[in-house]
Design a protein around this ligand. Structure first.
Ligand code: NAD
Ligand code: IPM
Ligand code: MN
Length: 363
């Protein structure tokens, strides 16, 4: 049971490709340090899924993976999937999107929180201005893979890609947004779609939003079209607390939000089905352009561990991770992405030591 705060937690670890293999060891080091400091137990099991494995023996997501995760694990920690040697991206689709769909992880929760104003590219903005969460629908939309080619490779070629929106799927992510706002004492939920152009699928989003918002009268519910939303995120991010949107729009908005909060390498995320085994991963990808150079920022992966701990009910441990990352940013113990000189391992070591030194403060 993921939410039993006291029991030993069983974590599946999938480093994946590229810098996933560099940042996940740092995140695991932090996970081990924070749980040891708190006298908590974790059992880690590593899975070698990714491009290397796929190129070696054709395995992407093994057939029993979903059953095994449901039965034997409380959470999954993943690095990144994507490799230039696999241009079709088939392994990423099978493993990452496959797990999102098959484990029904309908919430992709991507906080955009500026920890230190020095790191936002926005002029005259500070920590108070960039503090929101993007909730991305994670099991449908344009990601379902419905479509195909006709007359492929000819001048008459037709390619289709369906945007699937279900009443159940739209309702549960919108409801999650309002519930999260209520739980956190937040006042504002903004739903974003493109219903002015996508007159069927996003009309459904409009109608469901109206129904659900009526159940949360204490929360100010607003709507912005996605093009306006992205502009508003840059113009005045302080207007947002909770943003809820569809799969593709959430993918795009969360990279922008990550940069407003300091950088893609700092951004954590959770692929969540409340009270079921859920998957946590940094927002960034495998970054082939810097893979192997040992300069990737591991903070996104480390903050992802923080999100995972919170999800598992280990709140004090989650806060300790957050506090240690904030300290590293304050002290300039950062990698090249943030203008620092430290490598991936050095940043991980510094944060690990900070946690071991300070321990975990229980409320
Ligand atoms: P990317 O996120 O890998 O990289 C985008 C840019 O951000 C690059 O310049 C990269 O160097 C930089 N960057 C990313 N993470 C960083 C970090 N931790 N520290 C410092 N700099 C960092 O996106 P991309 O280049 O569009 O995609 C590369 C591959 O990753 C593709 O195969 C893509 O499909 C895949 N991808 C996977 C995931 C995932 O597994 N969740 C997410 C995004 C992209
Ligand atoms: C992400 C990534 C994935 C997505 C890719 C790798 C399929 O960009 O997790 O944000 O689009 O969801
Ligand atoms: Mn993305």
């Amino acid at each position: 049971m993921p939410h039993t705060a006291s029991s030993k937690k069983r974590i599946a670890v999938i480093p994946g490709d590229g810098i996933g293999k560099e940042v996940i060891p740092e995140a695991v080091k932090v996970l081990e340090a924070v749980t040891a400091a708190a006298g908590k137990e974790v059992a880690l099991t590593e899975f070698d899924w990714g491009a290397d494995r796929y190129l070696r023996d054709g395995v992407t997501l093994p057939g029993d993976a979903v059953e095994v995760f449901h039965r034997d694990f409380d959470a999954i920690l993943l690095g990144a999937m994507g490799d230039p040697r696999v241009p079709s991206n088939v392994h990423a689709a099978d493993i990452l999107l496959g797990l999102r769909f098959k484990l029904d992880l309908y919430v992709n929760q991507r906080p955009c929180i500026l920890f230190d104003k020095r790191f936002t590219p926005l002029r005259d903005r500070n920590e108070k201005d960039v503090n929101f969460v993007v909730l991305r629908e994670n099991t449908e939309g344009l990601y379902v893979g419905i479509g195909g080619f006709f007359k492929k490779g000819t001048v008459d070629e037709i390619a289709t890609q369906e945007d699937l929106n279900t009443r159940k799927g739209v309702e549960r992510i919108i409801r999650y947004a309002f519930e999260l706002a209520r739980k956190r004492g937040l006042k504002r939920v903004c739903m974003s779609d493109k219903s002015n152009a996508l007159a069927f699928g996003h009309d459904l989003w409009q109608r469901v939003f109206k129904l659900v918002r009526a159940e949360y009268p204490e929360i100010e519910a607003s709507h912005q079209y996605i093009d306006n939303l992205l502009m508003q995120m840059v113009r005045d991010p302080s207007q947002f607390e909770v943003i809820v949107t569809s799969n593709l729009f959430g993918d795009i908005a969360s990279d922008l939000g990550a940069q407003l909060a300091g950088g893609l390498g700092l951004a954590p995320s959770g692929n969540i089905h409340p009270a079921q085994v859920s998957l946590f991963e940094p927002v960034h990808g495998s970054a082939p352009n810097i893979a192997g150079k040992k300069i990737a920022n591991p903070m996104g992966a480390i903050l992802t561990v923080g999100m995972m701990l919170d999800y598992l009910g280990w709140t004090a441990e989650s806060k300790a991770v957050d506090t240690a990352v904030r300290a590293a940013l304050r002290e300039g113990k950062v990698s090249a992405e943030l203008g620092g000189a430290l490598g991936t391992r050095e940043v991980g070591d510094w944060i690990t030591n900070e946690i071991s030194k300070d321990g975990v403060a229980h409320a």
